[in-house]
Ligand binder design. Structure first.
Ligand code: GLC
Length: 493
């Protein structure tokens, strides 16, 4: 095997063009790190209508599926910033499926659209990348359910019959298995996708809503991984396996865990252009200036001695909002401030709107989500709250650590591998951790954090320690390279 691998990374999200969460981050920053490690990587994603960046058309074709013809084009751009060599990004343009979209998901035809993404990606691999560019990939790195049919189509010999191209399927979240939040455990047994039957015709919209893309990815990929070693263990159990634990067990020896990283050339308070004042662990006085400027901008009481708690995640059950809502009235009686951003479940949104209206000096709820505000929250806050019910990896706690906003988390998934309870006597740890899914435990963790914040000398030690920790992509990307090689070798046996 050549030292330089040819990798195609496929995903429905890709920062900076289309993103709702961590998937978009990983889809960009892992390939960037692989380029730094001198590998040949390209990214492939849909060209949604809301993407306004300039791409150039490199190829077009009429793709025939089930007697329907789809005029489809391939567009290209390059990402060059802070890279030794450009990263090539290709987007697939198709009038019916992607170009009318104003957001990524939640259209009635999500099933056929992501099937089309899988199908056309493989089509362009054969017709353009292999035939025209002479680029024969060693491995296809497929991310999440939207790409789960790629391993299925290859193993059923619809594409790449004559080549040996390996597939790695990365699961970022077991709770999303197909269109419209499909989850095996909520589907009546007689309607569950067995993972092996032929696929519906592309125009049979309704039938697609029961196709479990994730399950098919799990059953047919050469290797599978999740985004932390801990979550890899968790999803083999009914509590976290979301009804697919049985199939993960079948594939256990091909199932791996690799924790995500972050890109410190971007997510770093010393270079971030979105914050009020740049700083690093030598200049914590400037972190305080960020806090005061933020309190001023958003109408909170201007007081550096009040601990400011930030939240930047989507308002979903996964992120622990049920627990937070239970204790919020108690929290608001304490000497602290809360700032949050984002959207999600309407009922949560309404509740936080109401509370921020009632207590404007204590809680600010900012909408819509923007990366500028997200950065400002990391820079201004003293604490970062992420009490997840489950957390495959979690990227925001890694960002918050670098910005010196100390995470309060539940010991679960990737959080349990990155945040460790602070022991002020031994000066060990980097955050505040609780174990059980219980609002009292969460409250105690927050109370411990608020109390620790009062002892400034020790607190600054904790903040400096957190900011100096390294969770970059360097090590995870090396582990992915090893896994790619292992996976490619499986095809040789
Ligand atoms: C999903 C998971 C999150 C993970 C991210 C990137 O959003 O919920 O834990 O960090 O994917 O892998």
């Amino acid at each position: 095997m050549a030292n330089k691998l040819k990798v195609v990374s496929l995903s429905a999200e890709l920062e900076p063009f289309a993103k709702t969460g961590g998937l978009g981050d990983v889809a960009l920053y892992l390939p960037k790190e692989l380029i730094r490690k001198k590998q040949e990587v390209i990214c492939l994603s849909p060209y949604y209508g809301f993407i306004k960046d300039n791409f150039s058309k490199v190829f077009e074709s009429e793709i025939r599926i089930d007697d329907q013809v789809f005029k489809t084009s391939l567009f290209k751009t390059e990402i060059i910033k802070r890279l030794p060599k450009p990263l090539n990004i290709y987007l697939i343009w198709q009038e019916n499926f992607f170009s009318k979209r104003e957001k990524i998901y939640d259209y009635p035809d999500d099933g056929p659209a992501f099937y089309f993404f899988c199908y056309s990606s493989l089509y362009f691999l054969e017709e353009y990348f292999i035939k025209k560019l002479n680029f024969l990939p060693d491995i296809l790195h497929c991310h999440d359910w939207h790409t789960g049919l790629i391993p299925f189509l290859i193993k059923n010999k619809l594409f790449l019959k004559d080549q040996k191209v390996a597939t790695l399927f990365t699961i970022h979240n077991m709770a999303y298995q197909g269109p419209h939040g499909l989850r095996a455990k909520f589907v009546p047994p007689e309607k569950r996708d067995n993972g092996k039957n032929p696929l519906p015709k592309i125009y049979e919209k309704e039938k697609w809503n029961l196709v479990n893309f994730l399950k098919r990815g799990i059953l047919f990929a050469d290797s599978i991984n999740t985004v932390s070693e801990r979550y890899r263990e968790e999803i083999l159990t009914p509590e976290f396996g979301e009804g697919l634990e049985k199939y993960l067990k079948i594939r256990e020896k091909d199932l791996y865990g690799i924790i995500n990283g972050i890109d410190y050339s971007v997510h770093n308070p010393s270079v971030d252009k979105n914050i009020y004042f740049n700083y690093d662990w030598h200049s914590l006085d400037k972190k305080i200036k960020n806090k005061i400027a933020f309190q001023k901008e958003f109408g909170l009481e201007e007081n550096q001695n009040l601990p400011l708690i930030g939240l930047t995640h989507r308002l979903t059950e996964q992120k622990g909002f049920d627990l937070i809502i239970k204790i919020l009235p108690t929290l608001l009686k304490m000497d602290l401030q809360i700032v949050m951003i984002g959207s999600g479940k309407k009922e949560y949104e309404k509740y936080f709107e109401k509370m921020s209206f009632r207590y404007p000096k204590k809680i600010a709820y900012l909408k819509p989500f923007s990366e500028v505000l997200e950065s400002k929250i990391y820079a201004a806050s003293d604490l970062f709250l992420l009490p997840s019910r489950f957390e495959p990896c979690g990227i925001s706690q890694l960002k918050s650590l670098r910005y010196g906003s100390i995470p309060i988390v539940r010991k679960v998934g990737g959080l349990s591998q990155t945040v460790f309870d602070w022991n002020p006597i031994k000066e060990e740890g980097n955050g505040f951790v609780f174990l059980n899914w219980d609002e009292h435990e969460l409250l105690v963790a927050i109370a411990r954090a608020i109390e620790s914040f009062k002892y400034k000398e020790k607190w600054n030690k904790l903040v400096k320690k957190a900011m100096r920790q390294v969770f970059s992509w360097d090590l995870p990307a090396s582990k992915y390279l090893e896994l790619y090689k292992k996976t490619i070798n499986k095809l040789k046996i």
